[in-house]
Design a protein around this ligand. Structure first.
Ligand code: CU
Length: 398
C-alpha cells in the first residue's frame, strides 16, 4: 500500500478513537462542552475550590464499593428515628420520611413553578448532606441517566435487582393500566436487591433494622399518604386509604414499582434530553419543556421519569421521595439544568421565570426563599442556589 494511504488510514483510525473517547452520547457531549464555563465560574467562587469540588456520577459508573456505601447510608436514614415534632406527622416514622413530609408540604409550590429547579437542587443536596453527616457516607449523590437506559430501564444497573442496585422492579402480577399508560412489568412490592426483605440480603446482617412484619418483601416501608386528598398515587391497585385526610397519618405498606419501557421510550430518550438543552433559549422554555407544560400528548422528561418507576410512591406527586430512587432521578434533572446553564453560563445563572404555585400564584423572584427547614435549618434565596459552585454547593456532574 502506498505510504500516503497508510498515513490516511492512520489518521482516520486515530480520529475514530478520539471521537469514541470524547463522545459518550449527545447529552454527555454537551456536558463536556460546558465544563470550561463551569471551571471558569469555579475559579471565581469564594466558597468552592478545585480541591474540595465533589463529582457526581451516573450510578453505573460508581464503583461497586461506593454503591454499597451509598445503599448502606440510605438504609441508615430509613432506620433512624424522625426528628419532626412528636405527633405532628404520625406517618413520618423515620428520619428518611422527614424528607417525604417536607416534599408533601410544599408540593403545589415547587412544581410547575419558578423554583422547581432550585428547590429540588437544594432538597437533593440536603439529602446528600444527611447521608454524609448523619450516616457516615463519604461519597456523593449519584444520578440516574434515564436517557442512557430508556430502551429497557429494568436492565440498568440502578434497577437490575442486584445487590448493587437501588433494588429491582416490583413483583410481577397482573394489574390494570393507569392514566399514564399501560401496565408495565411489575406492580407489586419490591422484592429484589438491597431494599427488599429477602433472607440473602447481606445488608440485613450489618444493620439492626426495626422493621415490622406488615410486608414480607419490601424493606422500605411507606407510611405517609396513600389514598388520601388532594391527589392519590397513579397506581393500580390503588394504595390503602390514609387514616388522616391530609395524608400524614400512619398508613403502612410496601414500596411498589411498575417499571417498564413504555414511558421512557416516549418521554426520556437521550435525543429528547439533548433537545431540551439545545433548543431552549431561556429558562422559562427550558423548565416548561422539561415539565412538558402545554405540550399535548407528551408528559415530558420529569414526569416521564417518575412514572417510568410508577406505582406507589413512584406515581404519587406528593410522596415520590419515599422511593430511594427519587434522589438519583432528581440528580439527573439537576444535571440537565446544570448542562443547560453551562452552554451559556454568564447569561443563564441569575434568571427566573414562572409563578409561585402550580396553578398560578404571583411571579417568582430570585429573592424568594427556599425553605426545607424541616430537614435542614439554613434557608437560602433562589439566587444563591443557581450555581453548582457557589452558595452551599461545590460539585460537578461527570
Ligand atoms: Cu418534587
Amino acid at each position: 500500500m502506498p505510504s500516503v494511504f497508510k498515513c490516511l488510514y492512520l489518521v482516520v483510525f486515530l480520529l475514530s478513537i478520539s471521537t469514541r473517547e470524547v463522545g459518550g452520547d449527545a447529552v454527555s457531549d454537551l456536558q463536556t462542552k460546558g465544563r470550561t464555563q463551569i471551571n471558569a465560574q469555579l475559579a471565581k467562587s469564594k466558597t468552592c475550590t478545585a480541591a474540595n469540588l465533589q463529582v457526581r456520577k451516573e450510578w453505573g459508573d460508581v464503583s461497586v464499593a461506593d454503591r454499597k456505601a451509598y445503599i448502606k447510608a440510605v438504609l441508615c436514614l430509613i432506620n433512624a428515628p424522625s426528628k419532626l415534632p412528636v405527633g405532628k406527622f404520625p406517618g413520618a416514622q423515620t428520619r428518611y420520611e422527614d424528607f417525604v413530609v417536607t416534599h408533601m408540604q410544599q408540593t403545589p409550590n415547587i412544581h410547575g413553578t419558578g423554583n422547581f429547579l432550585s428547590w429540588h437542587r437544594y432538597f437533593t443536596w440536603v439529602y446528600e448532606q444527611a447521608l454524609r453527616i448523619e450516616c457516615g457516607y463519604n461519597g456523593t449523590q449519584p444520578y440516574w441517566d434515564f436517557g442512557k437506559w430508556a430502551a429497557d430501564p429494568e436492565k440498568s444497573p440502578i434497577f437490575d435487582g442486584s445487590d448493587t442496585s437501588m433494588s429491582g422492579n416490583g413483583a410481577k402480577f397482573s394489574h390494570k393500566a393507569t392514566a399514564m399508560g399501560p401496565a408495565q412489568n411489575g406492580g407489586g412490592c419490591v422484592d429484589k436487591g438491597p431494599f427488599a426483605k429477602h433472607v440473602n440480603n447481606p445488608l440485613l446482617k450489618d444493620l439492626d433494622l426495626g422493621i415490622d412484619s406488615f410486608c414480607t418483601s419490601s424493606l422500605v416501608l411507606l407510611h405517609l399518604h396513600g389514598l388520601s386528598s388532594p391527589v392519590s398515587a397513579v397506581a393500580d391497585p390503588a394504595p390503602p386509604r390514609n387514616p388522616q385526610t391530609n395524608g400524614y397519618g400512619v398508613n403502612t405498606r410496601c414500596l411498589r414499582r411498575d417499571i417498564g419501557p413504555y414511558l421512557s421510550t416516549r418521554s426520556t430518550t437521550t435525543a429528547q434530553l439533548a433537545s431540551v438543552i439545545t433548543s431552549s433559549k431561556d429558562i422559562g422554555s427550558f423548565q416548561n419543556t422539561l415539565q412538558a407544560q402545554g405540550m399535548n400528548g407528551n408528559i415530558g422528561i420529569h414526569s416521564g421519569a417518575h412514572y417510568t418507576i410508577g406505582s406507589d410512591p413512584g406515581g404519587d406527586f406528593y410522596t415520590s421521595p419515599n422511593d430511594p430512587a427519587f434522589w438519583l432521578l432528581h440528580g439527573q434533572i439537576d444535571r440537565l439544568w446544570t448542562i443547560w446553564q453551562s452552554q451559556d453560563l454568564p447569561n443563564r445563572l441569575q434568571v427566573i421565570a414562572g409563578g409561585t404555585a402550580i396553578f398560578g400564584g404571583g411571579q417568582q423572584k430570585l429573592t424568594d426563599s427556599v425553605d426545607v427547614s424541616n430537614v435542614h435549618a439554613k434557608v437560602w434565596q433562589i439566587k444563591d442556589l443557581v450555581s453548582v459552585t457557589d452558595g452551599p454547593f461545590c460539585y460537578v456532574y461527570e
